[in-house]
Write a protein that binds this ligand. Sequence first.
Ligand code: LLP
Length: 420
Amino acid sequence: MSRADSSPGFARRGPDLTCDGVSLSALAEQHGTPLFVYSAARIRSQLAAVRSAFAAVTHRVHYAVKANSNLSILQLLASEGAGFDIVSGGELERLDAAGVSAKDAVFAGVGKTEAEMRAALAADILLFNVESAGELELIEQVATAMGTVARVALRLNPDIDAGVHKHVTTGTGRNKFGVDLEEAARLVRRAQESTALDLCGYHVHLGSTLRSPEPYLASLDKLLEFLDQSLIHAGGIRYLDLGGGFGVPYRPDDPDLDLPALGSAVAERLEGRNLTVLLEPGRFLVAEAGCLLTRVQFVKRSRARRYAVVDAGMSELIRPCLYDAWHAIEPVATREGSPQEFDVVGPICESGDFLGLGRPLVAPQRGDLLAVLAAGAYGSSMSSNYNSRGRAAEVLVDGTRATIIRRREPIADLWRLELP
Ligand code: LLP
């Protein structure tokens, strides 16, 4: 469980794991498994932690919708005053469906379509994070045709390796994201010539699961250097978007990202500059606020291994398979005895379908409930129907109230759009 035992979220009452005091076994009984359970209090406290770390800087928090795009979570964060970071027209439509304002949205992504640009301009989003020359031109054309001005921030690729898994690294010269600094200088001039573009900021996003402030500060330094060199346009620059990527301690011995230290170092560097910092945390706000409940179907032994076969797998949480990610797995009700190592595997027909390998469990039995912790980010939002499985249900615990915020997907919905 998280080391911050005083934080809201998942904690034991006697032998039983609860979400802010609400019994997880009761929720599993009522709603079935696999089931995602989220703590509203924990989402709020994570947001508060970001705000307090950056209190010395004028800043805005834009939640990265991709981490968990459930409408109720978007509403919760909007009601706490967060804006959003979106990467598709679909995410823009989600904001509308949740009834939250898109005016506080920033829009990144290397492949925005013309239709997405039109929709975002019509919704009057805060700004586009522009990732290429082609995109800048298309936004200009679309804005011109709509008789409006598009606010744009250039996404710079600072060529900094954040030292994270290769699939979540975005800020090196070998990644598809952003533009290198030479190209950026050219695009600044290009944007300046246009009456349909308001170049109002610069953006960097180095990747995800970062655990130290250094890469952020290195990229901020590059960004400021670039800003000072392109002084001619500095008047219009009001935003520095430092991206997201704040890591969380998935393993008990993972070093914490020292957010307060990052916040103070950013404040120091920006002193005397009239700039608003935009932050785009996704994982940090929701990962530890969520768990995935799953039931043991069978316990199985081979000559080499012991397996707990559970009813959730890579269709609910693909992170272990895709990024070698490690999530704590705990029994919902503890049992006395000495633990043995089990591979906790799902029902899907792939050897990559595991939630954790070699995990100590005390005599797991058919029907036992396990909780996969820190599963609130990139669990549900990356889930799939592979093997024709309906996606899991989701419950939000707020105080003593537990509300279902996504129904279990009916199997017949899986072929609703197919034309036999
Ligand atoms: N801003 C931009 C431009 C991004 O591309 C992302 C994530 C974020 C913010 C939020 O990053 P976060 O704070 O959540 O780390 N599926 C992977 C993570 C992929 C993140 C993609 N972009 C995972 O499960 O670890």
